[in-house]
Design a protein around this ligand. Sequence first.
Ligand code: URA
Length: 210
Amino acid sequence: MTPEVHVITHPLVQHKLTLMRQKDRSTSSFRRLLNEISMLLAYEVTRSMPTQMIDIETPLEPMRSPVIDGKKTVFVVIMRAGSGFLDGMLQVVPGARVGHVGLYRDPATLAAVEYYFKMPQEMHERDAIVLDPMLATGNSAVAAVQRLKATQPRSIRFVSLLAAPEGLANFHAHHPDVPVYTCAIDRQLNGHGYIVPGLGDAGDRMFGTK
Ligand code: URA
């Protein structure tokens, strides 16, 4: 299976990403841009969702018209930075459900340890869209998607703002069946696990914690 990677090259997305990368950008401006970019990403990641025809009546006559098929989409937030994507996504898909995955890295074993996992009911009828702005080493994304797969959603897609080649390779090695949507694939990871050139620590920049 050839893994799918969609790099969103739309000029609006690329322009906003450039502004977000700038080191002197304020927390409020970073957050506003993230919100705007999330809406544009929501549009791209839902593009291939299946639809079904239903019967409706316009003020003029009956017609058959498409709606998204199946139970409501679920956005799966990988805490904490994934929550920065959520507001924008929900503005575009307001009826979506939201699941959360919390993982931390055990300092001794470096294994991803789950501390929180909550999904809506009837996952087998839902399309899951996993949100994590930075696909860096890929370890938490791999672990989150593995855990999510146990709930057997109808489909899974993964959305990030930036990806490192190392993180993409790791993710694809474990989940070649999950399409990845990202705004850019940067050069590499540095020795501290940061994406370079990147945009720094996405969580700190969106929450103002540094
Ligand atoms: N997480 C971040 O927030 N930034 C990186 O560059 C890598 C991981």
